[in-house]
Design a protein around this ligand. Structure first.
Ligand code: SF4
Length: 613
């Protein structure tokens, strides 16, 4: 029997903030009727609680289950906190959460294992009745879920496996919070489907930080094949394997090693080499044959207890991924410090990975920086007719003054010294206009950054490299009164840096040095081919491949400065292409207004903006 409840009886705050009630109503409508809703609401607008309110009302009334999915374990905290408040108001709401099994494991001695080794060891212990925590979890009857309880601590106190406890909770609760992996990694989803009676057609999915979803899926399905693994696998097979195909496997691995040597010569001074997918498995390996050998090696005589994953299994896993999913992939060869490696990367999320979005009764995809709806539809392979959108621009967007300058560009055809000097001079001008604070100079690529930065001639500058972490940047910033941070639009800094003192952002200016159009590569070519097949329009395919990803990087970078109503900042866009109507339309849709300015007036304009503050 369905129960009717009002939004107000769920919403745990006294007053709705601007846009929250409309959002809750729209989420309720889509969750009840079915379909997909894209929610583009800024950070700090209270979208999490509004979405939960709408989805919970529909779930209670229609007897549906909600899965709330986040990218990382740390992002579980925000929905859990909101649900605790909701639960104290509306008793019918029950929730549970589950994350990475290794992080939930009580056996500290397993923490050092890599994830696949850990999973295998855990199954070994379960199968052989050697994990006391698991045994207690199985015996535990009628554990009543209560999301208020920290399931890890509870498990620790009761000496019961927290992961198993969390799993038991899933079918008993209205809403389960988890990480993307659980539903968007097809292999893990298959396990979850078996273990917790997952019924997508009776579920509402809420995807948090949805702009991350395509890239997160791509990285969770990426695989590596390392030269040292092949060498170790060959030794393992020679020493421990007794199967009749032993010699043929050794021969294949030897030929594979020769292929690596050939690639090491071919790469020369380049950072990476894109391999031709059709030519790569020069020596066809049969994953089934490799898995059979792996099993025999892992269970070899005298080793019945447990051995870590064999290297031949790692090679089998790579080959399985290479040969099974038919979605477009690229193979990249890199020579690392210790070993060389072939990386298998998907160009777009393969269709089976995004199945949950299509199979669920309803899906809510939310973020503060969702790309245009059409782009998400094509990248996630959704049905256009079932998708609706709701958005609200940032109330703080007006605190960011955006100036655009024509006559400069990071286009490949314009990469010569005279233009580098022009670009560097403008960055310097912005820096000199500020009495204090941080200027974030966001370059269209790491290469472009390296061309320009020598001409900028500023002493206090931190340069982001491909492997720089946010912690490193934050530690270098401490104690500096004025500073330039030079980063790539495609790096971690432009995506996630936040530098605050007393709740105020120290980033006073952002310079976007060139529209960060992705560099041409076979990866992009494949992306374009897929977009062309999906859009059947060359211009659209081009925009989805190059223009939209570039503008979205700019939108993310612009969000680094003004984080609250206390912040004011200037952004300067340095590229003619920012004035193309299509680009301007996307920027405007986030509540930003670009004002064209003569470079000679730049300094005065910045000074007068801050003087008005
Ligand atoms: S059953 Fe639980 S506690 Fe035991 S090894 Fe596996 S994850 Fe760890």
């Amino acid at each position: 029997m369905s129960v009717l409840i009002s939004l107000e009886s769920i919403f745990p705050y006294v007053k709705w903030r601007k846009g929250q009630r409309e959002l809750a109503e729209e989420v309720y409508r889509v969750s009840k009727e079915g379909g997909t809703l894209f929610v583009n609401y800024p950070t700090g607008s209270g979208k999490t609680v509004a979405i939960l309110t709408g989805a919970l009302k529909a779930a209670v009334e229609k007897d549906l289950k909600i899965y709330y999915l986040v990218k990382t374990k740390n992002q579980l905290i925000s929905p859990i906190n909101e649900l605790k408040k909701i639960k104290s108001r509306q008793k019918v709401v029950t929730f549970s959460y589950i994350y990475n099994k290794k992080d939930m494991c009580l056996l500290k001695s397993l923490k050092g294992l890599d994830y696949l080794d850990f999973l295998r060891y855990c199954s070994f212990l379960i199968k052989n009745k050697r994990c006391p925590y698991y045994r207690k979890a199985v015996k535990l009857q009628g554990y009543l879920s209560n999301g208020d309880v920290n399931v890890y601590k509870y498990g620790e106190e009761m000496s019961v496996c927290p992961y198993e406890l969390a799993k038991k909770n899933i079918p008993n609760t209205l809403i389960t919070i988890s990480v993307y992996n659980y539903l968007f990694n097809p292999d893990i989803r298959a396990i979850i489907e078996r273990e917790v009676n997952l019924r997508l057609e009776r579920s509402i999915l809420i995807v948090d930080e949805g702009h991350n979803l395509p890239d997160s899926i791509i990285s969770m399905l990426a695989r590596e094949l390392r030269r040292d693994w092949i060498m170790r696998a060959r030794k393992e097979v020679a020493k421990f394997y007794k199967g009749e195909d032993k010699e043929s496997i050794i021969g294949e691995l030897t030929r594979l090693l020769s292929y690596f040597k050939y690639l090491e010569r071919k790469i020369g001074g380049r950072k990476y080499l894109e391999l031709n997918y059709d030519e790569f498995p020069v020596y066809e390996l049969d994953p089934d044959k490799l898995f059979k050998a792996a099993l025999a090696i892992e269970r070899r005589e005298g080793n019945e207890l447990f051995s870590p994953l064999s290297y031949i299994r790692k090679i089998a896993e790579f080959w399985k991924e290479l040969r099974t999913r038919r979605a477009a992939k690229v193979l990249i060869f890199e020579r690392g410090f210790k070993t060389s490696v072939v990386k298998l990367l998907y160009v777009l999320p393969p269709p089976d990975s995004t199945d949950p979005l299509r199979k669920a009764h309803a899906a809510i995809v939310m973020s503060g920086t969702l790309p245009p709806a059409e782009h998400l539809i094509f990248t996630l392979n959704l049905q256009d007719k079932n998708v609706r959108s709701i958005g609200m621009s940032s109330p703080y967007a007006v605190n960011l003054k955006i100036l655009g300058i024509k006559g400069v560009s990071s286009r490949y055809t314009e990469r010569y010294e005279e233009n580098f000097i022009k670009m560097a001079k403008l960055i310097r001008e912005v820096y000199d206009s500020l009495p204090e604070g941080i200027v974030l100079a966001v370059f269209s690529s790491y290469d472009y950054l390296r061309y320009i930065i020598p001409y900028v001639k500023i002493q206090d500058v931190i340069v982001e490299r491909e492997n720089t972490t946010l912690e490193e940047i934050n530690s270098k910033v401490r104690g500096k009164n004025k500073l330039l941070i030079a980063c790539s639009a495609w790096g971690k800094v432009a995506e996630g840096i936040e530098i605050k003192v007393n709740e105020k952002s120290l980033i006073r200016a952002i310079v976007i040095a060139g529209l960060p159009v992705p560099e041409p590569s076979s990866y992009r070519e494949k992306f374009y081919e897929i977009m062309l097949a999906r859009t059947r329009d060359k211009d659209k395919a081009w925009k989805h491949t190059y223009v939209i990803p570039a503008v979205m990087k700019v939108i993310q970078a612009l969000g680094r400065s003004v984080r609250s109503e206390n912040d004011r900042a200037v952004a300067v866009l340095l590229d003619d292409r920012f004035f193309e109507q299509y680009v301007l339309n996307i920027i405007n849709s986030y509540g930003y207004k670009v004002e064209e300015i003569n470079p000679r007036l730049l300094k005065n304009s910045i000074l007068s903006f801050f003087n008005k503050a």
